[in-house]
Design a protein around this ligand. Structure first.
Ligand SMILES: Nc1nc2c(ncn2[C@@H]2O[C@H](COP(=O)(O)OP(=O)(O)O)[C@@H](O)[C@H]2O)c(=O)[nH]1
Ligand SMILES: [Mg+2]
Length: 281
């Protein structure tokens, strides 16, 4: 066991494959799959075992302080190359994704939920636009695919507001913008530097930041299942606050791009706003 940071331990014994050697010898694509997990002991094994084998893969599971048997279930999995990283305390969905991103070495990085709502068999559909070079960020959309999942009203309302804001500000059309099943080309990983929203707001922040920086974003159809086990830790009030903050922040950034606010005033004001938001989230 190696301690990387004071509160993160890496269970190295299961991370047995030679990624660095692979990178030196071959030019085949390496796909990193980041799976955040918080108390999903009933679904995690099934999700991992269903990940298609026909790519060169690294599976990075970030356990965010689970209190159930999620970790021991992961340790039971055989024949898969898994890097398991543990947060000693729960830090939130976004923080788990960020830990995964820091450790990913792939050319394409996928995020996939561990609660069984996403289907790993759809990974090839998700990464196709990146392989074709037509997009740099791909979002799996349940609105474009078939889904037997009844979307909670608050999620639908939040997604609607975000969709309209992304369209008016950046002319990007992302309906299922809260989807956790996404793929990123390696070049986009700069978007994860200095993020403000380290919980569920991360999904939204990355889209606004990506749109502002001009990355090509698209949606592909996926299917989403009802949650069969465990519970969602998604808090409506937190989502609402983060949506308002992100939209306001990027609206201000966009205005600045229009050179309406003088640079010195803008930089100081933006810095203060960001410091304030960082304390909140
Ligand atoms: N790392 C981490 N993952 C979380 C946390 N809360 C939820 N997750 C994971 O994030 C994914 C999506 O969470 P979920 O609660 O199902 O959100 P919903 O599908 O939007 O209702 C699941 O794989 C959860 O295990 C958290 O606090 N930390
Ligand atoms: Mg879920």
């Amino acid at each position: 066991m190696i301690t990387q940071k004071s509160d993160i331990e890496i269970l190295k014994e299961k991370y047995e494959f030679e990624i660095d050697e692979f990178r030196k010898k071959q030019d085949q694509l390496l796909i990193s799959i980041i799976i955040p997990i918080y108390n999903e002991e009933k679904s995690i094994k099934n999700i991992i075992n269903r990940i298609p084998n026909h790519y060169k893969l690294e599976i990075i599971i970030v356990d965010d302080g689970s209190k159930d048997n999620s970790v021991s279930e992961i340790l039971k999995i055989k024949n898969k190359n898994i890097l398991l990283i543990k947060h000693i305390k729960n830090k939130g969905y976004g923080a788990a994704i960020l830990t995964g991103i820091k450790n990913a070495k792939g050319d394409i990085i996928i995020t996939l939920d561990s609660d069984g709502q996403h289907n790993p068999e759809e990974i090839p559909i998700l990464i196709q636009p990146i392989i074709d070079n037509s997009s740099e960020i791909v979002v799996g959309s349940r609105y474009k695919g078939k889904s037997n999942y009844r979307i909670p009203l608050h999620t639908r309302a939040g997604e609607f507001v975000i969709k309209k804001s992304l369209w008016y500000l950046f002319h990007q059309n992302v309906g299922n913008n809260q989807s956790g099943f996404r793929a990123f080309k390696k070049d986009c990983l700069e978007l994860f530097d200095n993020v403000i929203f380290s919980r569920f707001g991360l999904c939204t922040e990355i889209l606004f930041k990506g749109a502002l920086k001009g990355f090509k974003i698209c949606e592909v159809p996926i299917s989403v299942n009802e949650r069969k086990h465990g519970v969602s830790y998604n808090k409506v009030i937190e989502i609402f606050k983060s949506i308002c903050s992100i939209i306001s922040l990027y609206f201000l950034k966009k205005i600045r791009i229009g050179k309406i606010i003088p640079k010195q005033i803008w930089v100081r004001a933006y810095h203060n706003i960001v410091c304030y938001l960082k304390k909140l989230y």
